[in-house]
Design a binder for this molecule. Structure first.
Ligand code: HXC
Length: 519
């Protein structure tokens, strides 16, 4: 072969690899409204930054006629590239080759990028679109999954791991995304379940569609498995780019601080009047979040799940933070099982990756009742408590209104190593609200008063006494549990000052193998 022939041979092989499972299957992928693995990578990464590994890999199986079906790449496109100039490792399952199903060599390709990402300290992004274990390879394929799971586990808390689901993700295959930090699903064509509708029908008799069992609506709203739901693949890929703006490359780095065009001292007069006069009247805490963060930009995580607590990323003077906020607009902002789990995982993510946590508190307590108790609110509430108490990143807490009972302790209180705890003048920090407290403290006396007017007067007087004492921030401030009572319109400035002061914060936990968070 001449040198020219050699080069041509290489180019031909490259071209062959780029054709995946062939034109027909690519067309079929497009007809379903899906992009190919290569198109997805191209859209996600900075233009021209993709460097591919293992293009010439094929499987080594011979059974079930596989010896006559070999495709370059073996069904997964892997390599590295950049997003906003920062290195990421990536793999994208190619549905046009054996339905993106996972073989031994396919798994080895994924493991290679994961291993290198760990050495380099760079995020891994996995794009899932697969029929699961390659049936013809049997147990080798199952072993391949386990190799990936083990790497997901070792990488957890070391490098950010992000999973996009743009097609089927079924069976044990769901557990790799589940072990990563964030799962994003597109509204079209994506689904995830451990057992599909047919198995459900056989085993339990349940008649249910793919969509109803594991579509994006289910995982965005009901199960909380998915952190982001995108309208389509394009939006999903842009969301991943956006998410990375808030994250460090690895656990030894700080998140990237960017230039900020939004004035630090921007006062928001509207905040001085945002808390309704009536204590039980709701308001949207997202209005507060948007008005205090840089350029009103807030990337909400698990937007449709457990909406009584809000979690997401924003920046203050260019510094990325994680925000946790009770939402009075939904179930009065109460803490329940789902809200506790959602926020606990978010707090732990932030802590693992050196992202300061800003907590906005307006919580009437834990949701009472048998539903919650039978479901284990004790354990789930403890998760959030544990997450806050264990976190060593800068923790800034601002009490906006109610902060009652156990929920007060949980939500980034001073005693859980809250670094800077502020309150608005509207804060009410107490064991419980006035109505409940008066009923318990004076129930017998109230019952003894026969005259209705007299009874109402007595209750009013006792409530006033209680409110004067507790339903304000000053009692807590008198013990130093609140560092300062701040004017709401200055919140942005005060948070930025706090973040600047805490930038070099160092705190540690005792040496141990690992903690035993109540799971
Ligand atoms: C080998 C597979 C495959 C698989 C699909 N294909 N899944 N090949 N192993 N698991 C191939 C098909 O033969 C077909 O090949 C091509 O991919 C496209 O598949 P279609 O069925 O034509 O596509 P579609 O109609 O869109 O249906 C997609 C699908 C379906 C819903 C994913 O293919 C399917 O149900 N596949 C099997 C899913 C499954 O049960 N997987 C095992 C799960 S258990 P041609 O040559 O015609 O293009 C599991 C355990 C993991 O994964 C354990 C980890 C611990």
């Amino acid at each position: 072969m001449t040198i020219e022939d050699n080069i041509q041979h290489l180019l031909d092989k490259r071209e062959e690899a780029k054709q995946g499972g062939g034109e027909k299957r690519i067309e079929s992928q497009h007809r379903k409204g899906k992009y190919t693995a290569r198109e997805r990578i191209e859209m996600l990464l900075d233009e021209g930054s993709f460097e591919e590994f293992d293009m010439f890999v094929t499987h080594h199986s011979t059974e079930f006629g596989l010896d006559r079906q070999r495709y370059l790449t073996d069904g997964v496109v892997t390599g590295h590239g950049t997003i906003d100039g920062r290195v990421v490792y990536i793999y994208a399952q190619d549905f046009t080759i054996f339905g993106g199903s996972l073989s031994e060599t396919f798994a080895q390709k994924i493991c290679k990028v994961m291993d290198q990402a760990m050495k380099v300290g760079a995020p891994v992004i996995g794009i899932n679109d697969s029929g699961g274990a390659r049936i013809q390879e049997g147990v080798k394929s199952l072993a391949g999954y386990a190799e990936i799971f083990q790497r997901n586990i070792m990488a957890s808390g070391v490098i950010p791991q992000i999973s996009a689901i743009f097609g089927p993700c079924a069976g044990g295959a769901v557990y790799s995304p589940a072990l990563t930090d964030f799962i994003l699903m597109s509204k079209e064509n994506s689904y995830m379940f451990v057992t599909g509708p047919k198995v459900a029908k056989t085993v339990t008799g349940e008649d249910i569609s793919t969509e109803e069992l594991g579509g994006p609506d289910v995982h965005g709203k009901k199960s909380g498995v998915a952190h982001f739901i995108a309208e389509d693949e394009k939006e999903g890929l842009l969301l991943i780019r956006k998410l990375l703006e808030y994250l460090p490359q690895n656990n030894l780095e700080d998140p990237p601080v960017t230039e900020c065009g939004d004035p630090i001292v921007r006062k928001e007069d509207v905040l001085n009047e945002i808390i309704p006069a009536e204590p039980n009247q709701p308001y949207d805490v997202k209005d507060i979040i948007h008005s205090v963060v840089d350029c009103n930009e807030f990337l909400e995580v698990q937007r449709h799940y457990a909406q009584n607590i809000i979690t997401g990323f924003a920046k203050f003077n260019g510094i990325p933070v994680g925000i946790v906020a009770n939402q009075p607009n939904f179930l009065a902002g109460v803490l329940d099982i789902n809200a506790s789990r959602k926020a606990a995982r978010f707090v732990r993510f932030c802590d693992a990756f050196n992202i300061p946590i800003v907590t906005l508190v307006d919580v009437p307590g834990f949701l009472p009742g048998s539903g919650q108790e039978y479901g284990g609110i004790i354990i789930h509430g403890a998760k959030l408590l544990f997450a806050y108490g264990e976190a060593t990143v800068p923790k800034i807490t601002i009490t906006l209104r109610k902060s009652y009972g156990g929920a007060h302790d949980v939500m980034g209180s001073k005693q859980l190593r809250g670094d800077i705890n502020y309150a608005w003048p509207s804060a009410e920090i107490a064991v419980m609200g006035p109505e409940g407290a008066i009923e318990i403290l004076h129930g017998k006396s109230i019952k003894g008063i026969e005259d209705e007017e007299e009874r109402i007067e007595f209750i009013k007087e006792k409530e006033k006494e209680y409110k004067d004492k507790f339903t304000n921030p000053y009692e807590a401030a008198s013990y130093g549990y609140i560092d300062d009572v701040i004017e709401p319109r200055n919140t942005r400035f005060r948070v930025i000052r706090a973040l600047q002061a805490l930038a070099s914060k160092k705190d540690t936990n005792p040496l141990k193998k690992h903690s035993n968070i109540p799971l």
